[in-house]
Design a protein around this ligand. Structure first.
Ligand code: SF4
Ligand code: SF4
Length: 289
């Protein structure tokens, strides 16, 4: 019959309308009482009719796999051995795989030796550019970056406010366990424990000897020693006689005085350059260029 679909639709709407008020009666008008937290009751599986989430006072729980802006996992602040320690080793894989290239990482250096330290000194994500794809979290080999559930990020300033830095991005491991409990457990099982991979490796190696443990802050004496060594290395050296250089094996000259490749003599540099050019020419010849 023409129009029967329309009548069915209207009847369905009417049923929902009536059920909404019947549901109120079922809960004895306590359903919307501001005095009690009725959210679970109103949004429960037994609730019927039309209902509204009173956002922003009330929010629906996000599914575990919901993903928004990434965050960096750090050890719990009450961790006995590594409180607040970054899980990120600043390997840079997330920045490389990020499709819109919105991650910037600055790797830390040991102030005493100048050598790289596996933790980020700075970490930035431009949240206006991030497209929430989750690649960074998928590819991170240390489970150090995760997708957050926090979607309330609107602000009046789109410049500095939307470039999230390390303090803003860092969240404790316990937060990840709260928002994604089953995934956190699955990851811990795959990793072999709740601890970071590096912490597990250290535990397997056993306690370090005192002399192996790197000082967290270099002493003034250490800094002076490093400066003195650097000044010594940078000081101009008399050019050795060509025959002596030609005879002396490179490894011997490097190991004997602890010389570094960047402190080699001009002759040695020229020799290395000539060898590199010869190799390049050989490769080009092989390719038929
Ligand atoms: S891939 Fe993981 S460990 Fe590597 S820089 Fe990114 S967050 Fe850090
Ligand atoms: S979620 Fe995707 S777009 Fe956003 S930072 Fe990670 S890789 Fe980049």
């Amino acid at each position: 019959m023409t129009g029967s679909g329309f009548i069915k639709g209207m009847l369905l709407t009417l049923r929902h309308f009536i059920q909404t008020y019947l549901d109120d009666l079922r809960y004895g008008f306590k359903k919307y009482s501001p005095a009690v937290d009725n959210f679970n009751e109103r949004q429960g599986t037994r609730a019927e009719g039309a209902f509204t989430v009173q956002y922003p006072e009330e929010k629906l729980a996000m599914p575990e796999r919901f993903r928004f802006i990434p965050f960096l996992v750090v050890e719990d602040y009450d961790h006995p051995d590594r409180p607040g320690k970054d899980w990120c080793t600043s390997c840079g894989i997330c920045a490389k795989v990020c499709p819109p290239q919105c991650i910037w990482i600055v790797r830390s250096n040991d102030p005493a030796t100048g050598r790289p330290v596996p933790e980020p000194e700075a970490f930035f994500i431009d949240i206006d550019i991030c497209m929430n794809c989750g690649f960074c979290a998928e590819y991170c080999p240390f489970d150090a970056i995760k997708m957050d559930h926090d979607y309330e990020l609107a602000s009046y300033d789109r410049t500095t406010n939307h470039i999230f830095d390390k303090p803003k991005l860092s969240k404790e491991l316990k937060y990840w366990k709260t928002i994604a409990p089953t995934r956190a457990v699955a990851e811990a099982q795959a990793r072999g424990g709740w601890d970071h991979k590096d912490a597990q490796k250290e535990a397997r190696r056993g306690p370090k000897k005192a002399e192996e443990v790197a000082p967290t802050a270099p002493s003034a004496a250490t800094r002076e020693e490093v400066r003195a060594r650097k000044a010594e290395a940078d000081a101009p050296k008399p050019a050795p006689a060509p025959t002596a250089v030609a005879e002396a094996p490179k490894s011997a000259s490097n190991t004997a005085e602890g010389a570094k490749p960047w402190t080699e003599s001009e002759d040695e540099k020229e020799k290395r350059k000539a060898a590199a050019l010869a190799r390049k020419a050989a490769r080009a010849a092989k390719r038929g260029e």
